[in-house]
Design a protein around this ligand. Structure first.
Ligand code: UDX
Length: 434
């Protein structure tokens, strides 16, 4: 099929390149000329495992020609289906800001005036239940002069892409969710995903748009709450001197629980869990429902960094002293520091009057933007020199082999928030939940 993808962020670029790899002809539309130029040169500015290879394979002069990019919305007129992959950032109260995607929908609708015949639009962005039906479809109808279900279709297809594994998550999904409110739209969406379904055998969930929107939020909220639950149980284990990981290994054998997302520690961050959980809480409250468990999951997650620092306090007074923060990214495999637990850890150490030295293999520059006055080391060993304590916030593999580095510390106190350090008799070691 001929597909257009509006938005070239990590979702838009990933799905554009993957659709091309499935055999579709794809045009990626973005306002940023630099992004468009990179893709047309067979390159991408997005750091995702496997994505540069896919873009090089399908775009640029050496590519198959199945992927190209442009800043011109008119390009969608030559396509059958348009995916809307635009950001939905968060307001302070947790609700989502639809202004960018509303503008995109408006421009899409205006552009559709130049096409005769049916066109299918698919919302890919994470939007709260009812947004496709009640907000985006009316915008597209009024801007295009079309009527949903008659000469335009608006469906919803949530993404379940993790940072660092977005290409794999797309090409080997555990499910494909197709939300449509009319048969023509459903058929078009089925045709788009038919090669992926044939290739992987992934189950296809066919539903309406607002259920599809909710499936995305429920998926993320459940996973975040599962992590907060194992952190709650992990905190109890710590009080009893029990290793939460030994408990997690045992309960993970119950296939109703599964062993995934049972790594207790300093908590969840990133650009999705915090935003999506806050958004569904805000949407629930806007409908006069108090999501008690979700709110408790957020509250517990917010407390884990302080628990890490209280363990440090129990061994050393950090005021005026150097403390190493090992790991700044919200998880390994990415340079993304959005909502990283390291943010609260750095703030907590600064509140204690400590001199913070941060280290991360790839995320330092992103954290420096937020904390320009913090010192950053080029290596973990450098961060540890003269430190009275070290707190581990990201489970980078390299931290598992640090034992010599601890020798340079002034006091050998190590508090591990991610179960990655190999304790040795030389150091005073504390595990957050073990
Ligand atoms: C998540 C969802 O997994 C993905 O499906 C969705 O599309 C986007 O949001 P991502 O944010 O990239 O993906 O990260 P993920 O790997 O899910 O981890 C989220 C956070 O939970 C990280 O901070 C991670 O450190 C933490 N986590 C995860 C734990 O603390 N313990 C675990 O056992 C698993």
């Amino acid at each position: 099929m001929d597909i257009s993808v509006i938005g070239s962020g990590y979702v838009g670029t990933t799905i554009a390149a993957c659709f091309a790899d499935l055999g579709h002809s794809v045009v990626n539309i973005d306002v940023d000329a630099d992004v468009v130029e990179a893709i047309n040169a067979g390159d991408t500015l997005i750091h995702e495992e496997g994505l540069p290879e896919l873009v090089a394979k399908h775009a640029g002069e050496n590519g198959t020609g199945r992927l190209r990019a442009t800043t011109n919305y008119e390009a969608l007129l030559e396509t059958d289906v348009t995916f809307l992959c635009l950001p939905t950032p968060q307001y302070d109260d947790g609700s989502i800001d639809l202004s960018i995607i509303e503008t995109g929908a408006e421009q899409l609708g205006e552009t559709l005036k130049g096409k005769s015949g049916w066109h299918t639009v698919v919302v890919k962005s994470t939007v709260v239940p009812g947004t496709t039906d009640d907000v985006l479809t009316p915008i597209i109808e009024s801007a295009s002069g079309r009527t949903a279900g008659e000469d335009v279709g608006v469906g919803m297809n949530p993404e379940f892409l993790r940072e660092g594994t977005a290409v794999t998550d797309f090409l080997d999904p555990d499910k494909i969710v197709l939300g449509a409110d009319d048969e023509r739209t459903r058929r078009d969406m089925q045709e788009v995903f038919a090669p992926l379904e044939a290739e992987t055998g992934a189950p296809v969930v066919e539903t309406d748009t607002r259920t599809a929107e909710m499936i995305k939020y429920a998926n993320n909220a459940f996973l975040a709450t599962k992590v907060s639950l194992i952190n709650d149980l992990g905190n109890i284990c710590k009080e009893f001197g029990i290793d939460a990981y030994e408990v997690a290994d045992a309960i993970g054998l119950d296939d109703r629980i599964s062993e995934q997302f049972l790594r207790s520690g300093v908590g969840w961050g990133g650009s999705c869990f915090p935003k999506d959980v806050a958004a569904i809480i805000a949407a629930a409250k806007a409908n006069d429902y108090e999501p008690t468990v979700l709110e408790a999951a957020v509250e517990l997650n917010d407390k884990q960094p302080e628990r890490l620092l209280e363990l440090l306090d129990s061994h050393v007074d950090v005021e005026g002293e150097r403390v190493a923060v090992l790991g700044l990214a919200f998880k390994p495999g990415t340079d993304d520091t959005r909502n990283s637990r390291a943010i609260e850890v750095i703030e907590g150490l600064q509140a204690r009057g400590a001199r913070v030295v941060g280290y991360d293999p790839v995320a330092t520059e992103n954290m420096r933007e937020r904390f320009p006055d913090v010192t950053y080391a080029e290596s973990a060993a450098e961060a540890l020199e003269g430190a009275v304590g070290a707190v581990v916030v990201t489970d980078w593999d390299e931290f598992a082999a640090l034992d010599d580095g601890f020798e340079a510390m002034k006091e050998l106190v190590v508090v591990d928030g991610r179960r990655i350090i190999e304790p040795t008799p030389k150091i005073t070691y504390e595990g957050l939940t073990w």
